[in-house]
Design a protein around this ligand. Structure first.
Ligand code: ZN
Length: 333
């Protein structure tokens, strides 16, 4: 993985690359931005370039194609990095809902040991918002007195959940969504399948490349999208049939709610005659046919209910209950 294979974020890549060649790598960064925008991928590419022993650390040779510097891929740091065994590189990424103080303590035990293959050690804490308050306070001690060789990169889609004391000791790097032309170029280069409208994928992603890739590579999500249209609009079926289907797919409940949200927002756009901005532009006819049954007030209300449902899911309210309430609200027109 190198900066050249990461789409967009050119200012960020230039600054990070410059930090290596100008010998001003920070002790701690926080990469912030939406889930899927490219924070972790960029952090990993930066780590390898930083740890590579062949990267000329003082002068950047400007490539004739104006490409970013690549790690050599041949030194021990690179070889072990690519094999996932570089002892100077650690990713802390928890599948659980929290990152515990023990995981941070373990990192602190390791960070004081000198690096083996490089002059730096890099730690990436993915979804740093998952750190408990105790874990954050524990990390603070390292941020206050970091070993000279250390570089810690936090990534988070929820910057506000970090303690102010953490924020004041890290350099913030803000990742913004990409222009839709860039996403379109990427999709056209990397995906040839025609089983889903690329215009929909681009509009749905909102410039978040990870969201576009997720739906293109996950057939289950493509099916859920089709089912959303079937169950939300086919009034010949019992609402409970749709609720059953959505419950069976509750692992993807956030995507289901996203889809419901886009469909009702699209109907709202039809009601206010802004159909050029539709997200589900490939389903324009179905949306137009159904929008006629709704009013702006009722659609606004339903969109509010979907937002509320999202909050309930975050608070671990029973998924079936949340879905039942929504399905009933959708039918009350
Ligand atoms: Zn190398």
């Amino acid at each position: 993985m190198s900066f050249n294979s990461i789409i967009g974020h050119n200012d960020i890549k230039s600054k990070l690359e410059g930090s290596i060649f100008e010998n001003r790598v920070g002790h701690a960064y926080v990469f912030t931005g939406a889930q899927g925008v490219g924070k972790k991928t960029t952090a990993i590419a930066y780590s390898q370039l930083l740890l590579c022993n062949e990267t000329c650390k003082n002068t950047r040779e400007i490539d004739v194609y104006n490409r970013y510097s690549e790690p050599c891929g041949k030194c021990m740091a690179c070889k072990t990095f690519e094999a996932g065994t570089n002892p100077d590189f650690t990713i802390i990424e928890s599948s659980k809902s929290t990152i515990s103080i023990d995981e941070i303590r373990q990192m602190q035990g390791d960070i004081i040991i000198k690096p083996i293959y490089s002059d730096k050690k890099v730690y990436i804490i993915v979804n740093a918002q998952k750190m408990t308050i105790q874990a954050q306070n524990c990390l603070l001690k390292t941020l206050e007195e970091p070993p000279g060789h250390s570089c810690i990169i936090l990534t988070t889609s929820n910057y506000d959940s970090l303690l102010q004391t953490i924020k004041s000791r890290v350099q913030r790097v803000v990742f913004t969504p990409l222009d839709s032309e860039l996403v379109m170029d990427y999709l056209n280069t990397h995906y040839s399948s025609n089983d889903i409208s690329k215009e929909f994928v681009i509009a749905y992603s909102g410039g978040i490349i990870g969201k576009a890739i997720e739906i293109l590579e996950n057939d289950a999500l493509k099916e859920i999208r089709e089912k959303c249209f079937d169950y939300l609009f086919d009034n010949g079926k019992a609402w409970s049939e749709g609720a059953d289907y959505f419950e069976e797919n509750k692992d993807n409940i956030n995507f289901i709610l996203d889809m419901m949200d886009t469909i009702y927002r699209d109907m709202l756009l039809i009601c206010v005659k802004s159909e050029k901005q539709l997200i589900n532009s490939d389903k324009k006819d179905i949306i137009i046919n159904n929008a006629g049954k709704w009013t702006v007030a009722k659609l606004t209300n339903v969109i509010g209910l979907i937002a509320k449902a999202r909050g309930h899911i975050r608070m671990y309210v029973n998924t079936r209950l949340v879905i039942d309430n929504l399905m009933l609200a959708f039918r009350e027109v």
